[in-house]
Each structure stands twice: as C-alpha cells, then as structure tokens.
Design a protein around this ligand. Structure first.
Ligand code: DQA
Length: 158
C-alpha cells in the first residue's frame, strides 16, 4: 500500500514538472547559413536548424527560444538575462568563439549549463580558429558534425 502511494506521488511530481527552457544562440554570419561557404557549412539554413532543434526539443518536453545576432554585446546580454529563466543554452558564438572574453564571462555569470556548437571542425581549420575562449565556460563543446551538432547539444542538455 505504502509503495502505491509513493508511486502516485512520484507521478504527480512528473505531471507538475514544468517544460524545460532552452536558449539557442547563434553569433555573427550564421544568419547566412545555406548560402555562406557551403563547402564548409553545408546548405542547411539557420531556419532549418531552429526548426529541427525546436521539434526535437518538443518531443523531449522542452521549449526553445532562438536568437541570432551579429552583435557581441547582444549575445552577452541575452546570456546574462538567461540566468534563472533558462535550463540550458546551446550557443554557436561563431567568430566570437576565438575573441570574446565578454561571452565567456557571461556564460560563467549566468550559471546556465551551456554547450558550445560549431558546424565545422575548428581544429582542422586555420590556426586562429583552434582556440576557443568561450569553451572553458561551457559544459562541453561539439564541433565538426555539421548542423547535427545542435541536436547533439540538445541531447546533452535535456
Ligand atoms: C563556426 C566556426 C567559426 O570559426 C566561424 O567564425 C563561424 C562558424 C562554425 O560553426 O563552424 O562563423 O562557429
């Protein structure tokens, strides 16, 4: 009898679990995906990626808010505001990966578990892309798996 009550209590907790909220951030020039250097970044558009991540998240009971910006400050601000609101961040900081202490610091300050994604394998490319200033603030980094990397990041977070 005690076991049954305990099980019901566990189920009630499941019903009350609010949807997980994931913030999907993309940095500069990623709005050009589909047209931009397609040999490196393939023909998938950012809209395709946002839809794929949103659909996959919905199947896992999570919701996604997506933002793309060319502006380092806007990205850092979005990360700051994510604190206490989002359960996870998926970020492709694009070129800011290699330069942005501000985005690194924002990820740490927000205390939101964050996964960094790169469509290309940055370690196989020009030397200035090998270093990520932002990855050390993240739970992990996924790179080199094309647009699928965003779905792998979602799996890691949810
Ligand atoms: C990128 C890799 C970066 O070096 C580059 O500046 C980008 C895209 C990627 O997804 O492979 O804009 O983040």
């Amino acid at each position: 009898m005690g076991k049954v009550i305990f099980l019901e209590f566990e189920r009630a907790k499941e019903y009350n679990t609010p949807m997980k909220k994931i913030l999907l951030l993309n940095g500069p020039n990623l709005g050009m995906l589909g047209k931009r250097e397609v040999k490196i970044y393939c023909t998938t558009t950012l809209a395709d990626i946002v839809k794929a991540v949103t659909d996959a998240a919905a199947a896992k009971g999570a919701e996604v808010v997506a933002l793309q910006s060319e502006d380092e400050g806007a990205l850092a601000h979005a990360i700051d505001l994510a604190r206490g609101v989002y359960d996870g961040i998926i970020i492709n900081p694009a070129a800011y990966t290699h330069t942005s202490v501000a985005i690194h610091d924002a990820i740490l300050a927000s205390e939101v578990p964050t996964v960094e994604v790169h469509i290309s394998n940055i370690h196989k490319r020009e030397g200035y892309r090998h270093e990520s200033l932002t990855a050390s603030a993240c739970v992990g980094q996924i790179c080199g798996f094309g647009a699928k990397g965003y779905l792998l990041a979602l799996d890691a977070l949810v």
